[in-house]
Ligand binder design. Structure first.
Ligand SMILES: N[C@@H](CCC(=O)N[C@@H](CS)C(=O)NCC(=O)O)C(=O)O
Length: 222
């Protein structure tokens, strides 16, 4: 029995802990959640995560949800996933960075990629998407400026923040977000793609995607 079980779906934000678990060389297994079958809203899954979303990480202490919490938990359990801090303010700033991804960027990603869940009718749906793209530009400028010419979010040392912004970039570029103004973020994403942990995570997602396709349950990844 693996130490951890990650409930995940290909292309979803569960990619963040998936990359993290590979990076940590953790002992874990992945359980595919079939969105198109509504598995995430069924009692067997809601017992683990009543919010009916991925990711959910099963630990020896029970299930843990929310990317920010999973990131902080894994970083406390394994070395090399987030910077070590010695002051309260530095620690809080790491939470702020992770929360920026989950509470500011991710909701805009959702409005860009699945606006049909936020509005009814063609025009309203198009408007939700358009406004999300407009709102994403200043936030992407924050990411771009923060990366600057650094290799990773925190400088020379990789962290979970890099996995998080990598997933956001994948989702927004897959949704047609204009990328010309964000060369640092684009270069960061290209660097991420060369990392073995990222490649292992993507291979695993492609396997999950192939299973969904074989079952006729595959939304397009991207
Ligand atoms: N705040 C949560 C958001 C999780 C979330 O929205 N997950 C999406 C996938 S990216 C999901 O499961 N969507 C399915 C649904 O809401 O029905 C986190 O950061 O973990």
């Amino acid at each position: 029995m693996a130490e951890f079980t990650l409930f995940a779906a290909p292309g979803a934000c569960s990619r963040v802990p998936l990359i993290t678990l590979h990076q940590a060389n953790a002992d874990f297994q992945v359980k595919l959640v079939r969105f198109l079958k509504g598995e995430h809203k069924q009692p067997a899954y809601l017992v683990q995560n009543p919010k009916g979303k991925v990711p959910c990480l099963l630990t020896s202490d029970g299930p843990l949800t929310e990317n920010v919490a999973i990131a902080r938990y894994l970083a406390a359990r394994f070395d090399g996933l987030l910077p070590k801090t010695t002051t309260l303010i530095d620690d809080a700033r790491i939470t702020a960075d992770l929360a920026f991804c989950s509470a500011t960027l991710h909701p805009l990603v959702s409005r860009m990629r699945v606006p049909m869940f936020m509005a009814d009718g063609k025009e309203a749906i198009a408007s939700v998407k358009e406004k999300a793209i407009d709102a994403m530009h200043p936030m992407a400028t924050v990411v771009e400026a923060s990366l600057g010419d650094k290799k990773w979010w925190y400088g020379d040392t990789w962290s979970i923040m890099d996995a998080y912004i990598y997933w956001v970039w994948y989702r927004i570029t897959g949704g047609g977000f204009p990328t010309e103004a964000y060369p640092n973020w684009a270069a960061h994403s290209a660097r991420m793609a060369t990392r073995p942990a990222v490649q292992r995570a993507l291979d695993q997602e492609h396997e999950m995607q192939a299973r969904l396709e074989a079952e006729g349950l595959a939304p397009r990844m991207g």
